[in-house]
Design a protein around this ligand. Sequence first.
Ligand code: ZN
Length: 263
Amino acid sequence: MSEDDDALRVVNAKRREQMQRSADHYGQFLDQAEDYLHGKRGITVEEGRSYGLGYVPAGEALDGDEQYVGRLVIPYRTRNGVVQLKYRCTGDHDNCKKITLLSTDPDTGKEKWDGHEKYMQPAGVDPSLYNVEAFHADSSVIIVTEGEADAMAVELRTGLPAVGYPGVGLWASRKFRHWRLCFDPYTTVYIIADGDEPGRSSAKRLLKDLQNGIPVYMPDGHDATSYLMEYGTDALLDKLGYGVDYDDIPDDEDDDEDLPDFD
Ligand SMILES: [Zn+2]
């Protein structure tokens, strides 16, 4: 090992300690995020605690964390501690980057907006799969969703282990090719597809890498959380039970037709 590697390891270990400390500290204040957590995500404070969620109230931000005030804290927990930490906006914003229109250029029509990131996180931390604890569950099936909130909601309601991936770009990237291998041992991987074009095409990409994958398409405009909140757990379980709802598969999912028929 080079000295550089050693130095990197020290920095990394320190960062993880810090993230663990932050998660522990902000976890005390989760009840202050109840309106958001329960109202918008259908998750009770008690359930949120089981995932180590937290909240950053004004006056309780740790040194250097002032920019996280008012945000939900989502630790990526492993058996060896927190490996990533996300701070999610809990404001009632359709688009966090476009909150206040500052000006519109009269010539070009170009708009200037004031806003912020929906998610923030400490610098220098690599992306991870969310809720890798799910891989320890005694189960032949597992569910994969886009993002943390859906993984929590689906796992809480169905009782089946669920893991969140942080977007199809990262999933498909060379650096994180190993993620797909984590799903290899399962009989079935249910891939929840959000009810829009990006959601369906992301699911399709995962399906390409997971031969044990079954896509579960949410109706238009729904993700797993909104589906659960509107239709309930039984409806989602029903969807999982049937696996593929053939009517919902986009028409271009016809790759197999090019295969020659066997006599
Ligand atoms: Zn926001």
